[in-house]
Design a protein around this ligand. Structure first.
Ligand SMILES: Nc1ncnc2c1ncn2[C@@H]1O[C@H](COP(=O)(O)OP(=O)(O)OP(=O)(O)O)[C@@H](O)[C@H]1O
Length: 596
């Protein structure tokens, strides 16, 4: 329950919906209880007057008594009807305030969680899977809403009604009151147990369902592999097994649900039965009137639904508390990357790594060891090395996706951690190794860094990335949709759109993480020539595997197993005749073999 206390700030925010809501609950219950004494009056009226009516048998007066009785009953009926209408009206207001409040809070909470997600570091996203992150904004928030809306509403309703009805019952007859209320706690407990079991089984079904959809999603994504390995039958079989488990669980849920209504009706019926039996004895003793029995039956019926909802509400609150606990875990997670409130400055592009070592927090892999190098503004630095040698890690640290474990990274002589993070990232263009494009138009993908579209700049960026002609060849040009429901770009086209996105930003520092691997050497040359223009006056960091890509760099760093093993210009490194030279020879050999 303490986890739900987090939501109290929202109750305060929406207090002018909650307080009238509670008032409407009270008023609607008054109109719910009042018909009971009216019904008692009308019952007693009939029983008392029926003998007088018979007494005047054969007399003119009998008709008058009959009419009088009829009129009075009609009046009582009209009063009961009016009360029901008024009760309905206030129930409507109650929903309009409390349920609406829950929807507003649901909206606020979703936004709060999502905004918090945006602040969290890359390491957080590595630690948690996407499905789990999504569930907290959707499923968990929906469960919390059930607490904020229906649970609170029914809980208040039950409390108010209980107080009113039990007070009214005790006023009439204590013994009858105790007897008629006796089965209700049993009813509440039974409903709670059945409900818990229903929730338990529903949860299992939900897990099965998400397992099933993940399975289907993965098999559709990997359909090419499935077909080429002729595994369709195997996959269909696996799907059938998953579906079978889902069916079995669904059937077991239906069995428990089938129990729900009979148990409820049986126990509610017991209350009425006891009321009539004990009430009858009390009438015979002369303690109460027959009208009181009718009145009590109305009371018992009034209490049945709140008692039912008590079990339901308890399990809803339990589920909401578990969900809020999960939500709080994320909301209380703070990003490892702190964002200092430093002033915004224009960076020049001087980069210096001083004895930088880095260990990935989630895996404990030390990816960089005592790395030191510096780049002057406007220089092009290239990094080459075997896979897993730590090249992308340098790019990650430079984008401040992580902070280094030891050593220091200086930008224009200032430690990177002291810079205004948003301002710094806004002046840095990053082309990641794994291309990611949004399901949107090509133009919007390229102009992702700005709110307002600038078509000439988009076209220029596309030219620099040597992808302009490809885009122009599409029927809708830059307005072509890409992604799930749009055209599928080739690997090389995607890489170039991704480059155009970074170039569009016109940043002070450009980082290309192995982003020319999917283009042929001719296109690579074209891109590098174009980028030569773009990169003038900007510091660039080019990560690559091919020496042809980087040989014109001002400085080349050769990484091996997280350490810098050589650094210098292409000619200097060739003259060293060590690691770089060997790599060069090997690549030349591979090229001449592929030509032959
Ligand atoms: N997000 C991560 N979390 C944990 N470990 C990581 C992460 N990214 C990389 N590593 C590990 O760090 C080491 C260096 O990886 P990195 O991606 O920097 O190499 P790379 O030189 O860019 O390789 P490639 O050329 O294959 O892209 C590897 O051992 C890798 O397994």
């Amino acid at each position: 329950m303490k986890h739900l206390a987090y939501l109290n700030k929202y109750f305060w925010k929406y207090r002018w919906r909650l307080i009238p809501g509670i008032l409407f609950v009270i008023i609607s219950n008054i109109f719910g209880v009042l018909p009971a004494p009216v019904i008692r009056l009308s019952f007693d009226l009939v029983t008392e007057n029926i003998s007088i009516y018979h007494l005047y048998h054969g007399f003119e007066r009998q008709k008058i008594i009959y009419n009088l009785l009829g009129d009075s009953l009609l009046l009582f009926g009209a009063i009961v009807l009016l009360m029901a209408v008024l009760r309905g009206l206030f129930l409507f207001f109650m929903r309009q305030t409390i349920i609406l409040m829950s929807r507003h809070i649901e909206y606020d909470l979703k936004n709060e969680i999502y905004a918090h997600y945006q602040l969290l570091s890359l390491a957080f996203y590595r630690r948690n899977n996407t499905g789990d992150l999504m569930n907290r904004v959707t499923e968990d928030v929906s469960r919390v809403r059930m607490y904020l809306g229906p649970s609170i509403m029914y809980a208040i309703n039950t409390a108010v009604l209980f107080l009113m009805v039990i007070y009214a019952m005790l006023l009439v007859n204590v013994r009858l009151a105790i007897f008629s209320l006796l089965p209700l706690p049993v009813l509440a407990l039974a409903i709670y147990l059945v409900n818990t079991e229903i929730n338990h089984r529903s949860e299992r079904i939900q897990e099965r369902l998400s397992g099933l959809s993940s399975f289907v999603q993965e098999s559709f994504s990997g359909i090419r592999v499935i077909k080429s390995y002729v595994r369709e039958n195997f996959i269909t079989g696996s799907f059938r097994t998953e579906s079978e488990a889902y069916k079995t669980d669904s059937l077991s849920l239906v069995k428990v649900q089938a129990l729900f209504y009979p148990v409820m009706l049986l126990l509610a019926g017991m209350s009425t039965l006891i009321t009539v039996y004990v009430g009858g004895i009390e009438v015979m003793k002369g303690n109460i009137t027959a009208g009181n029995i009718a009145e009590f039956i109305v009371y018992v019926n009034l209490l049945t639904f709140p008692v039912l909802s008590l079990g339901w509400v308890t399990s809803l609150i339990q589920r909401a508390a578990a969900s809020q606990k999960r939500i709080n875990e994320y909301l209380q997670t703070v990003s490892e990357i702190d964002q200092p409130k430093a002033p915004e400055i224009d960076i020049k592009g001087n980069i210096e790594f001083k004895n930088v070592s880095f260990t990935y927090p989630d895996t404990g892999i030390t990816a960089l060891k005592e790395v030191s190098f510096s780049v002057a503004p406007g220089e092009l630095i290239a990094i080459i090395g075997r896979t897993g040698s730590g090249k992308s890690t340098i790019a990650n640290l430079l984008m401040r996706m992580y902070d280094c474990t030891s050593g220091e990274i200086l930008i224009d002589g200032k430690p990177i951690q002291t810079l205004n993070l948003e301002n710094y990232r806004a002046q840095t263009g990053f082309v990641p190794q794994e291309v990611f494009l949004f399901s949107d138009t090509i133009a919007n993908n390229i102009a992702f860094s700005v709110d307002k579209m600038d078509m000439p700049r988009v076209e220029q960026a596309a030219r620099s990335a040597a992808v302009y002609d490809n885009i122009a060849a599409f029927d809708e040009g830059f307005l072509t949709m890409i992604g799930e429901r749009g055209v599928t770009l080739s690997g090389g086209q995607k890489q170039r759109v991704s480059i155009a996105r970074a170039v569009f930003k016109q940043p002070k520092i450009l980082i290309f993480d192995d982003c020319l691997s999917a283009v042929d050497t001719k296109t690579e040359e074209e891109i590098l020539n174009n980028l030569g223009e773009v990169m003038r006056g900007r510091t660039s960091l080019l990560i690559a595997h091919r020496i042809s890509t980087i040989k014109n760099a001002d400085k080349i760093i050769v990484l091996d197993n997280g350490k810098i093993v050589e650094q210098g210009t292409h000619n200097e490194l060739i003259n060293l005749k060590k690691v770089y030279f060997e790599l060069y020879e090997k690549q030349l050999l591979e090229e001449s073999e592929s030509v032959n």
